[in-house]
Design a protein around this ligand. Structure first.
Ligand SMILES: [Zn+2]
Length: 107
């Protein structure tokens, strides 16, 4: 699993192909034995929300649905390309390095 919370990713298949957003959360999906990511502004689904007080009215809100990480690719924050990363040891930590621009991608 190469993606982490805070990464910018692009959707590479399905209806949302080409959309980019920031990873808000990564979760393990037991049924499909794979990781899924909640990506900001991507794969939105309308959900009904209950009223939870006077300042939190209910209604229909757009919430991102999880996407299987195999449909996502990491975008390098430096060069903006779809990053092919390699793992490298850097100052005693495992980091991801963009093969395009050699930038260490870490969040
Ligand atoms: Zn790069």
């Amino acid at each position: 699993m190469q993606l982490r919370k805070g990464d910018v990713v692009e959707v590479i298949s399905g209806e949302e192909k080409g959309r980019r957003g920031k990873v808000l959360r990564i979760e393990w999906h037991e049924k499909s034995k794979s990781y899924r990511a909640i990506v900001e502004g991507v794969n939105l689904a309308k959900k009904h929300q209950r009223t939870r007080g006077p300042d939190k009215p209910g209604g229909i809100v757009d919430l991102p649905n999880p996407i299987d990480v195999s449909n996502l690719v990491l975008i390098c924050p430096k060069c903006g390309k779809k990053a092919k990363v390699r793992r490298e040891e850097h100052e005693g930590r495992r980091v991801r390095v963009c093969r395009e621009c050699e930038e260490i991608i870490d969040v």
